[in-house]
Design a protein around this ligand. Structure first.
Ligand SMILES: CC(C)(COP(=O)(O)OP(=O)(O)OC[C@H]1O[C@@H](n2cnc3c(N)ncnc32)[C@H](O)[C@@H]1OP(=O)(O)O)[C@@H](O)C(=O)NCCC(=O)NCCS
Length: 164
């Protein structure tokens, strides 16, 4: 049975292999993944089945509406970070539709409770999927954020979930 656990340092290579299958249009480097794991391990999850990594989730706090550009190092987590950013949730195609992403998102939203809001950049036409969890496009975003979001592809959309 596939289960989520904390991501470990020695999962990063396997994560990149899974990302090569799923996230082909938005590649990120080993250093970027390893740095997020080091800076905010609680927000990094591995989905495993029979010892094999078959999905992952990466998330961390940011300053409000200042998500990192694609494939960029964070340098650190700001002490005044006040928003929780879900960077990526991926499940291999053969395991989809079983509620596995929902399990990971529920864990991440538990962490997000500590912050005043949560956000993400929706890609691959997933805005409707994220709306289930209360992530919606804000009425407007500034130019700096807009340019950053465009870096994630033409269909990328910034979504935000306010605390209820
Ligand atoms: C999006 C993703 C993580 C969902 O994983 P999953 O484990 O299949 O999700 P769940 O089983 O929890 O939820 C499945 C439900 O979401 C719906 N769903 C999945 N992708 C969707 C999409 N792009 N738009 C709308 N609904 C979607 C399914 O139709 C299904 O609906 P149902 O519950 O009514 O049957 C997975 O499809 C994936 O890895 N996609 C590629 C990577 C990606 O796009 N990640 C998000 C980047 S922002």
């Amino acid at each position: 049975m596939a289960m989520w656990r904390q991501l470990a340092d020695d999962d990063v290579e396997s994560l990149l292999r899974v990302a090569d299958i799923i996230d082909t249009e938005l590649p990120e480097s080993h250093d970027v993944v390893a740095e997020r794991l080091k800076l905010f391990p609680d927000g990094c999850l591995a989905l495993t089945e029979n010892g094999e990594l078959c999905g992952y989730a990466i998330s961390h706090p940011i300053r409000r509406r200042q998500p990192p550009a694609l494939d960029s190092l964070l340098g650190g987590i700001a002490l005044d970070a006040d928003q929780y950013y879900i960077h990526d949730v991926c499940v291999l195609p053969e395991l989809r539709g079983k509620g596995l992403a929902a399990q990971a998102i529920s864990k991440l939203l538990g962490i997000a409770e500590r912050y005043s809001s949560a956000c993400l950049v929706s890609v691959y036409g997933t805005a409707r999927f994220w709306a289930r969890y209360g992530f919606l496009p804000p009425p407007s975003i500034d130019e700096v954020l807009l340019v950053k979001v465009r870096g994630y592809g033409d269909d990328a959309t910034y979504l935000e979930r306010l605390k209820v």
